[in-house]
Design a protein around this ligand. Structure first.
Ligand code: HEC
Length: 145
């Protein structure tokens, strides 16, 4: 029984990494698009366009926390071009710096998750630090449209 569970775990693990290997550009874009969607309502709250909703703030932070461990591996050497990627070639020249920005995002997400975000004011105090990490990476490593 135990062996079957171990085998299942290995199979599931390789199924995941296989699909990533098949199309890492599509996979990273899908994940990034997802966190972008989760971010929209939070930005709306900070702008006073939609009412404060703690559940949506949590959902955004959780989506970042889930994405951070997956993303670095989705920029393999053979994914510099194709699939309408907006990733800049500079990523592969500065891989350590690029990956460190994901680590920083993960750390700042943890800090924000520990903060008492209870209204727009506390949201505005805590959340921009996280969004700055998105911007810092996009400024250097994502093609500007
Ligand atoms: C360490 C670098 C890095 C960090 C941090 C980062 N991004 Fe990105 N992001 C990228 C790159 C590179 C692309 C372009 C990927 C591609 O087209 O292959 C991208 C693309 C995107 C896209 C477009 C996805 C699509 O539909 O193609 C969205 C939305 C996005 N990021 C949102 C965010 C948000 C929100 C955060 C912060 C919570 C964030 N990103 C943090 C590097 C980063």
């Amino acid at each position: 029984m135990r062996n079957i569970l171990v085998l299942a775990a290995i199979l599931l693990a390789s199924a995941t990494s296989l699909s990533a290997a098949n199309d890492p550009i599509a996979e990273r874009k899908e994940i990034l698009k997802g966190i972008g969607e989760a971010t929209k309502p939070v930005v709306g709250m900070m702008r006073g366009e939609v009412p404060f909703d703690r559940a949506k703030v949590n959902a955004a932070l959780t989506s970042y926390a889930n994405a951070v461990p997956k993303l670095p591996a989705l920029f393999p050497d053979d994914s510099k071009t194709g699939g309408k990627t907006e990733a800049l070639p500079r990523i592969w020249d500065e891989k350590a710096k690029f990956e460190a920005l994901f680590t920083k995002l993960g750390e700042d997400v943890k800090i924000a998750q520990a903060e008492a975000i209870t209204d727009v004011a506390s949201l505005k105090a805590a959340f921009p630090k996280v969004l700055k990490d998105c911007k810092a990476c996009h400024d250097d490593y994502r093609e500007k449209k």
